[in-house]
Write a protein that binds this ligand. Structure first.
Ligand code: EUG
Length: 628
């Protein structure tokens, strides 16, 4: 619980806590966010317990009582979200509200769950899935469906829906609380196996201990972390999240999963499908991602086809030397040229990692100060370009328009200096006014130091500072993919910038640029207490999704409430992809118990009732089937 007089617990005290090295920083970040909150810390429910759709509260509570008896776990294993359980947004390192979306974009009760279950084991998860299939109700047109379950790992998918289920009244399976063991850490194979509740913070600490133990005999290992370290390693990977070392493709670097299928049976992917001798795990389970026959592992990422309870990952042997740096570019319209320089460098493997290209406005918000701190011209709404540049001029990087944050890895510092000189020259030749900035050139609290840690696999908390931009800060990510090409970059950026202007939002573009594609991440930061700001954020998302799709740009991931719209933009061949997703969903989960609606895929027992939210759905305070 947030309590501004107490320290954030450490990871030794609570599995969801902060690493000891970041305890004071975490406490300060939390208290700063709390000071910017004008909303009450908790909201009382107005709608009371929301049972699963089609089930009465009585039938639901009777089913829960049966499960409670079956699990023999006592009261700690199941929380019923009735009037006794307030909605608490909390903050990032609290166990984020598994009652609703802590970063609600509409009424927080619109995505409220009916109950939260905290399974202790794979067997518990199997029992819960079988229970959900036994307790059926009827859809409006008479189709049989089970209790909707919504599995989360840490529930920290903030900006994409957090811990909230897509169908209000679903039962959240909070896997993290009781399933947070690192099941294996194999220095020789450079791999690990984790449960859903293992955070980047926790895995980092464990790998550091292993490195210390083996320091005389083995190259140290790195993990790969996204921008924030509190998330689940497994959860982020199944959502196809991104990190910044050479192992930054999290799903791509997984190796082997154990999965509870929607009928409660168990599956192992990869070499784990072949039993090891005498009941052991297959010796190559964390060595080879594939098995034999049609590949199925992809079916379990961004999906509702199974609950991943164990997942293996490769770990990167630390390079002897690494060097982070930034390059600054003076003009707004240098953007396309920057992207053109990155493409060949990334394709040739000259760039060491997935760099971030950020607009200079992020130099402002990552200081953790509010927008009003930088306002000089009066008024309200987004800062003007003049205000942004005037403020940037006073910050360590000075005035510029774009900042490239890169990292090189290599055998020696000398080799890295040569690489840096080559990279700088490529940019400077194409873009007049390019400047190179090294960590020693900026103060200790500059963001470059935080990036340098992330790019060396050290998880941090720094990116939360964005949220102070407005009071009650929350955010939504808009995350389209575009080819790494100047003209596409320019077109995409123009579409997004125009719509931000129309809906009066500051535009915060961060691009993660690879050799052939780039993830354009626009972070929409809004005030959770401001109903008008929320409505504008929703309209902005809806119009960006539609306008980008019309130009061929589609999202790699999205918030729950926009998933239907995004899924339906992938419409080639008469919605061939969505049709296949539905066919597979119906075959594996005929009663639709697992995460109905997740990523836009609705089970047969929900289709045709009007659950899907489309471009015109802007009022999201109450969501549910629309009468046809
Ligand atoms: C970020 C990157 C992401 C994402 C959300 C946020 C980075 C923000 C590449 O994917 O999905 C600074």
């Amino acid at each position: 619980m947030s309590n501004s007089t107490s320290k954030v617990p450490t990871i030794e005290e609570e599995y969801n806590g902060a690493p000891p090295r970041l305890q004071d920083e975490a406490t300060a970040v939390r208290d700063r966010l709390a000071a910017n909150r004008t909303l009450p810390a908790r909201y009382t429910r107005r709608r009371g317990l929301q049972p699963p759709p089609g089930m009465t509260a009585e039938a639901f509570l009777a089913a829960i009582a049966e499960l409670r008896a079956e699990l023999k776990g006592g009261d700690d294993l199941i929380q019923i979200n009735d009037d006794a359980i307030d909605l608490v947004d909390g903050w990032y390192l609290d166990k984020p509200a598994s009652t609703h979306d802590a970063f609600h974009v509409a009424d927080p009760e619109n995505l409220a769950s009916s109950a939260v279950i905290f399974p202790r084991s794979t067997e518990d998860v199997q029992a819960i899935v079988r229970w959900a299939n036994r307790h059926t109700s009827s859809s409006a047109d008479g189709k049989t469906r089970g209790v909707p379950l919504y599995p989360i790992s840490m529930g920290r998918n903030l900006g994409y829906g957090g811990a909230a289920p897509r169908v209000a009244g679903s039962v959240v399976l909070d896997l993290g609380r009781n399933m947070h063991q690192i099941l294996s850490l194999d220095g020789g194979n450079a791999s690990c196996v984790v449960e859903p509740g293992v955070t980047y913070f926790a895995l980092y600490e464990a790998v550091e201990r292993l490195n210390e133990k083996n320091k005389d005999t083995q190259t140290p290992l790195w993990i790969d972390t996204p921008d924030l370290g509190g998330g689940s390693v497994l959860g982020n990977a199944v959502d196809r999240g991104v990190g910044y070392t050479p192992y930054g493709d999290h799903f791509g670097n997984h190796c082997g999963m154990e999965i509870v299928l929607p009928d409660g049976s168990l599956l192992r992917t990869g070499m784990g499908a072949l039993p090891g001798p005498d009941g052991t795990d297959n010796p190559a389970w964390q060595s080879f991602q594939h098995s034999f026959g049609p590949a199925v592992h992809g079916l379990f990422s961004q999906s509702s086809l199974g609950i991943v309870v164990k997942m293996g990952f490769h770990l990167m042997p630390a390079p002897p030397a690494h060097q982070s740096y930034c390059l600054t570019f003076p003009r707004e319209d240098d953007f396309a040229a920057i992207v053109e320089v990155i493409r060949p460098l990334a394709q040739q493997g000259v760039l060491g990692n997935i760099p971030q290209l950020r607009h200079v406005v992020q130099e402002l918000n990552v200081t953790g100060q509010s927008r009003e701190t930088f306002r000089t011209k009066g008024g309200s709404g987004p800062l003007s370009a003049e205000e942004v540049h005037a403020a940037a001029a006073k910050l360590p990087l000075g005035d510029c328009s774009w900042v490239f944050y890169g990292t090189q890895y290599g055998p020696t510092q000398e080799a890295l200096q040569n690489q840096l000189a080559d990279i700088y020259k490529k940019f400077a030749d194409a873009i007049p006014g390019t400047r190179l900035v090294l960590p020693e050139d900026v103060p200790a609290d500059h963001y470059l130091h935080s990036r340098a840690l992330v790019c060396a696999g050290v998880p941090v908390l720094r990116e939360l500072d964005w949220l102070n931009w407005v009071p009650n800060g929350a955010h939504l990510f808009f995350s389209p993919i575009a080819p790494t090409r100047g003209e596409d970059a320019r077109a995409l950026h123009a579409l997004i910038a125009d719509l931000h202007k129309k809906y009066q939002y500051d535009l915060f573009p961060t691009l993660c640029v690879a050799g052939r594609e780039m993830h354009y991440i626009a972070n929409i930061v809004y005030d959770r207490s401001d109903a008008d700001a929320k409505r504008r954020a929703i309209q902005l998302m809806r119009e960006m999704i539609a306008a980008c799709a019309a130009r061929g740009f589609g999202e790699y991931r999205t918030h729950l409430l926009f998933a239907d719209q995004v899924a339906r933009t992938y419409s080639w061949g008469g919605q061939a992809l969505l049709k296949l997703h539905e066919t597979i969903k119906d075959a594996l989960d005929p009663q639709g118990v697992l995460a109905p609606g997740r990523n836009g895929v609705w089970p047969a027992a929900y289709r045709g009732e009007g659950w899907e939210l489309g471009v015109d759905d802007v009022d999201l305070n109450v969501i549910g089937p629309k009468k046809k």
